[in-house]
Design a protein around this ligand. Structure first.
Ligand SMILES: [Zn+2]
Ligand SMILES: [Zn+2]
Length: 166
């Protein structure tokens, strides 16, 4: 991934308010077509409440509920393209669970606690993570595209259930 693949800071600010425009610009820039399906996927992602995350299955469900005729593989490929363009961030919660959210690392950096049992995701903010990541990157001559910290564990419910069973 070259730095050119990532939106500039000013473009990122427009992402949530006008994702369609940003998508059009980025796709054109990279030589991809702006399809109705890619725009609809972005619309679905925009409607996800703050702090929530959608899987490819979740996107598929929402689109088919809305009466869209779209194949799962089309969604899957589109999500990957949006990740490559720096519009979405992929959260690999486990091998079979991948979730997507808007990627806006510099304006609203947040991190994730993930339950390995039930897949619950909680977000938290901590400026020290970004400071640490940026310092490390600068020291090694990297420019930061994304800085995201993931903690894997058991949520209180699952930890409790595990104790009862064990
Ligand atoms: Zn998140
Ligand atoms: Zn859990």
């Amino acid at each position: 991934m070259t730095p050119n693949n990532s939106p500039h800071a000013s473009e990122r600010l427009e992402l949530k308010s006008n994702p369609g425009e940003v998508l059009r610009m980025l796709l054109n820039q990279e030589g991809f077509r702006v399809t109705e399906q890619r725009q609809k996927i972005l619309e679905v992602m925009r409607e996800v409440p703050e702090g929530d995350h959608l899987s490819a299955e979740g996107v598929y469900q929402k689109l088919t509920e809305n009466g869209e005729k779209i194949g799962f593989s089309t969604i899957y490929r589109a999500l990957h393209l949006l990740v490559d363009l720096g519009i979405l961030r992929e959260l690999a919660l486990s091998e079979e669970r991948k979730f997507y959210e808007f990627c806006d690392p510099l304006t609203e950096a947040h991190h994730h606690l993930i339950c390995a049992q039930c897949g619950t995701v909680q977000e938290f903010e901590d400026a020290t993570v970004l400071t640490l990541g940026s310092n490390e990157a600068i020291n090694r001559g990297f420019s930061v595209l994304d800085c995201q910290f993931t903690v894997h564990g058991l949520c209180p419910q699952c930890a409790k259930a595990g104790q009862v069973v064990g």
